[in-house]
Design a binder for this molecule. Sequence first.
Ligand code: GLY
Length: 371
Amino acid sequence: MTIDTIRVPLGERSYDICVGAGLMARAGAKIAPFLPRPRVAVLTDENVAAAHLDALKAGLATDWIDVVSLALPAGEATKSWTALQQSVEWLLSERIERHDVLIAFGGGVIGDLAGFAAAILRRGIRFVQIPTSLLAQVDSSVGGKTAINSPIGKNLIGAFHQPSLVLADIDVLGTLTPRDFLAGYGEVVKYGMLGDLAFFEWLEANGPALAAGDAGLRQYAVRRSVEMKAAIVARDETEQGDRALLNLGHTFGHALEAATGYSDRLLHGEGVAVGCALAFEMSSRMGLCSQEDPSRVRAHLKAMDLKVDLADIPGELPDADTLIDLMGQDKKVIAGQLRMILARGIGDAFVTSDIPLDVLKSVLSDALAAR
Ligand code: GLY
């Protein structure tokens, strides 16, 4: 199969995203042009290291590239000050220099942590993303958002620091659990819903086969997702406007993630799926989109076996007012004013701060009552 290459056009910070099978084996050839000396540092997690680090090392060894690696515990707790300090001090002790390259090898947690470490090490070194989850391939590895979490909230400490290259190897998706794969699919379908009806229709037709493992369909879905993200990031690198579109479903989703303690009860991509369904319900009740649109969104998410309704989230949930309060912690809030992504139809989302609280409350109350 061929490799697709998508350019993120950001002037001197431009870079390529390569999508395809067998990229890990070709990592040496892809990364060598960026190296002043044949040596890289790899930051990863223990699960990814056990499953894939030997393959990555073999791919780098074909170009005689030496590897030093650090594997941190897998999981959201690794996006911490402690792990950042450990990573940065390890990079310094390995004498990683200003012109060397750090490889972020893992899912969104490792990508965000490694990217932030690269942003601050010696006032900034280059890094390459090799994302190993579907969510990281289609979202977090692209666009240069890097961060760790604070006890006050997720992703509150970080920097915009673009990678120099992204290698999305479709083969590694084969080792994901079905639940993790589907959670990543929540972000894939978001792209269709926010800006490309034809892609949404393609997903309606091909989603089940893609989830079942078809490599060609997976490659197209990742490619189309990163094309859309690249175009939005090129228009609005630091989220002054349009980039917020990428947060369709996230205002509801983040509130639900907070309400469920960022636990296994609701993965991020599942929260996005439930949040997209709520955003379309809200848009329909405001008369922005047709009444059929929320049903169609829900039907596709259900057909994929994704979480769709609040009833799909196990355990207790707080009442509508508490959820609205949690939505008020969203990073899109400006001067205390909630901003959300709503839609005029599937593939036609927009950012607005015109949020009628009575409609928002009735959408949430009805969704809670249906549990
Ligand atoms: N994940 C949203 C963004 O990168 O802007």
